[in-house]
Design a protein around this ligand. Structure first.
Ligand SMILES: *[C@@H]1O[C@H](CO)[C@@H](O)[C@H](O)[C@H]1NC(C)=O
Ligand SMILES: *[C@@H]1O[C@H](CO)[C@@H](O)[C@H](O)[C@H]1NC(C)=O
Length: 395
């Protein structure tokens, strides 16, 4: 028994020390990226999960069930570790909201004896960001504990008062998402308007598409209907100039973010895409364009009929994957677009085209067979996005 106790104490000292080490690692590698969020609040999640899963968990749990005092010592050391290095963390590992229930898909429901067991399980599960816990015990003294992949900030509509449940949220003091990707990463799964922060730390509402292409989260950068095609923002304003339209109320008819916010989203994105009639047709890859910023930076590009790399293109059913396509973008003349009437760069969509047909922007000549310009109310969208990362390696 004494030997066991010593082993555990040694392990705890190691843990105490390592939390500090993991803090500096974590500040660099945390997938959420925003420094305030990752370094100051969430380092514990990663570390405790990893450390316990690989070596200590089973032994500690066994020991704890036998020895209630140990639990108290453990909590003390954990809190003390945090408080020493980061005094503001003391109360921030979980925020408790009494008599609340978050109605989102759970990872699993387990049976526990108290709140500590439940939060411990959550810390130990890399995709757990909050939990519901029974407000009262069953006859046998146990509680149900439901681990959730998302939280109340991301799904406010699903968060309600509830007499039978308490809700705990993990480390969310400074969540400042800089694109839809971070929402997707945190388990948001509904399309709609989300609060996003720009590089200056100011928030703005933006439309996030989290569903149409599984594993990729897209933020809307601009959208306009054919009837607004002559406005400068959708005609002659190149992407690298500032030409905001209705930027605080995202809509499909007339919307373009100001330049700084496009830039900020660009920094946090790897990909861009253009879609036609997204609000009515969703994504079926008809009249669709996608590329990555590494292969072709559409914001900074200027040129006429330059061949640039795209991942996927479809214009009126003429498709191609990983190929060069001719793009145009000229200051005070036309925003980024493709001209599909003659075959260039080995991409051929001239069959069925109209003379000098413009696609995905600057509609000088329009073709009603191209979905973005089919009718006066047809819309086109540009988006920036990125693949969701696997949050943590499997272990
Ligand atoms: C914890 O890390 C800081 C730097 O982040 C370092 O200055 C300090 O000495 C470390 N403390 C221990 C106990 O390792
Ligand atoms: C209240 O919580 C219970 C679980 O304790 C859940 O089954 C029920 O759907 C919740 N009711 C509402 C209105 O959210």
């Amino acid at each position: 028994m004494i030997l066991k106790g010593l082993v555990v104490l040694l392990a705890l000292l190691l843990l105490h020390k390592s939390i500090n080490i993991s803090y500096s690692l974590q500040a660099k590698t945390h997938p959420f990226g925003t420094p305030e969020f990752s370094s100051r609040k969430c380092f514990l999640h990663f570390f405790v999960g990893f450390f316990f899963s690989c070596c200590l968990q089973r032994y500690l749990k066994h020991f704890m069930n036998k020895n209630k005092n140990f639990k108290i010592v453990f909590i003390f050391i954990l809190i003390e570790s945090q408080a020493t290095h980061h005094p503001d963390l003391r109360q921030d590992v979980f925020v408790k909201d009494e008599y609340h229930f978050l109605n989102v898909p759970g990872i699993r429901t387990i049976t526990v004896y108290d709140a500590f067991d439940c939060t411990f399980e959550c810390l130990n599960n890399p995709s757990c960001f909050s939990l519901n816990l029974a407000a009262s015990k069953r006859a046998d003294g146990t509680l149900w504990c439901e681990l959730l992949t998302s939280n109340k900030y991301i799904n406010p509509d699903e968060y309600h008062e509830n007499k039978t449940s308490h809700h705990f949220t993990y480390c969310y003091g400074r969540f400042r998402p800089t694109s839809s990707v971070e929402y997707g990463q945190q388990g948001a799964y509904k399309d709609g308007i989300y609060k996003i922060y720009d590089n200056d730390g100011n928030s703005f509402p933006a439309y996030c598409d989290l569903k149409s292409e599984p594993g990729i989260a897209w933020t809307l950068v601009m959208s306009w209907s054919r009837k607004n095609r002559l406005l400068p923002a959708f005609g002659k304003a190149v992407l690298q100039i500032n030409a905001p339209e209705n930027e605080i109320s995202p809509n499909w008819d007339r919307y373009r973010l100001r330049l700084e916010r496009m830039r900020s989203l660009q920094v946090h994105s790897t990909h861009w895409r253009a879609t036609c009639c997204y609000p009515t047709h969703g994504i079926d890859y008809r009249d669709y364009l996608r590329g990555n910023f590494k292969g072709f930076n559409i914001v900074d590009f200027l040129g006429n009929s330059k061949c640039n790399r795209v991942e996927y293109v479809d214009i009126r059913g003429h498709k191609g994957t990983n190929l060069n396509v001719p793009f145009w973008q000229k200051k005070n003349a036309w925003m980024v677009h493709i001209v599909s009437s003659s075959d260039r760069c080995k991409f051929s969509a001239s069959i069925g085209a109209v003379g000098s047909e413009d696609n995905f922007g600057f509609y000088g000549q329009i073709n009603q067979k191209f979905r973005c310009t089919q009718a006066v109310h047809s819309t086109a969208q540009w988006w920036f996005g990125a693949h969701l990362k696997k949050l943590f390696p499997e272990y």
